[in-house]
Design a protein around this ligand. Structure first.
Ligand code: TA6
Length: 282
């Protein structure tokens, strides 16, 4: 089979399905500009999408890779994680080659976004699927005539077999804000992060590649441009309070997010910023 990009209706939301000749595949929703599914060639699904996710065209979709912009979490007056994850994006480009499939989605300001945040902006999210890797690149441009600050994240929900048996490596020695402990600043002292309780951390200035190790497979993560890494698992009690998660959903997911959350990014009129997250199935 050749590479392909098809439109589809995914639980009622318009989406694109990308496939490469080698058999890697992904689904990208226009609502939220959100990757909802990714599997490498000859491999299994690597992203977590809740089976209780809501696809009503308003509610953010629980799972995949939500785009948080122009605000990460509750770090400002905007709705949590900003508004990009619950807007309809458009397709700017789609292309396939011998060994890849690529789509670029875009989102710009309109009357509704300016009512929330009075800035001119253009976002582009490029999603590239190759044999065993997924690249997601977010490009932000200030198209207005005043400077702005923003925080952002690719809020990646990884699918894991059993979260307690997963090890996240590559964060040793970094300072992190422990959101689950009132935002206290701490230092990572473990060779690997093990999730055995509610975990909600912003690791600052991460420069090394990350590795999620499971007993029979691993996933490499490279972030470029995004200075921070957010690690989130709601654990049992908080998960039970999320109406769009099954009660045991927290066991099957681990969010490892590429973020610019600790310090906002400043863009003067006409300036651009970009950040990329790459997932590599090993
Ligand atoms: O990125 C971690 C986080 O900010 C957590 O604090 C947690 O609330 C999560 O995102 C999910 O947020 P949501 O609004 O999608 O329920």
């Amino acid at each position: 089979m050749g590479p392909s990009i098809d439109t589809l209706d995914f639980h009622g939301v318009p989406a694109l399905r990308l496939a490469t000749r080698a058999g890697a595949r992904a689904v990208v929703s226009l609502f939220g500009g959100q990757v909802l599914s990714w599997a490498p060639a000859q491999g299994e699904e690597r992203l977590y999408l809740s089976d209780r996710a809501v696809f009503d065209g308003h509610t953010p979709i629980r799972g995949g890779v939500p785009v948080c912009f122009p605000q990460f979490a509750g770090q400002g007056a905007l709705p949590k994680h900003g508004f990009a994850r619950n807007r309809e994006w458009s397709v700017a480009e789609q292309r396939t080659g011998d060994d890849f499939a690529l789509v670029t989605l875009c989102l710009g300001d309109d009357e509704e976004t300016r009512a929330l945040w009075p800035q001119g902006f253009a976002l582009e999210l490029s999603v590239i699927v190759e044999e065993s890797r997924l690249d997601m690149e977010l490009d932000v441009q200030n198209t207005g005539d005043t400077p702005f600050d923003f925080t952002t994240a690719l809020h990646t929900y990884l699918r894991v077999r059993e979260v307690e048996e997963s090890r996240l490596e590559g964060l040793y020695g970094l300072t992190y804000s422990d959101t689950a402990d009132g935002g206290k600043l701490k230092r990572e002292s473990g060779e690997a992060v093990l999730v055995e309780d509610e975990t909600d951390r912003i690791y600052h200035n991460s420069v090394r590649p990350l590795l999620v190790r499971e007993y029979d497979r691993s996933l490499g993560i490279n972030n470029e441009g995004f200075p921070d890494v957010v690690v989130w698992n709601p654990w049992e009690e908080r998960c039970a309070a999320l109406s769009d998660m099954p009660p045991d959903g927290f066991r099957r997911m681990l969010c490892v997010e590429a973020a610019a959350a600790h310090h906002p990014i400043h863009l003067a009129p006409g300036q651009r910023w970009w950040g990329r997250q790459t997932l590599i199935a090993l």
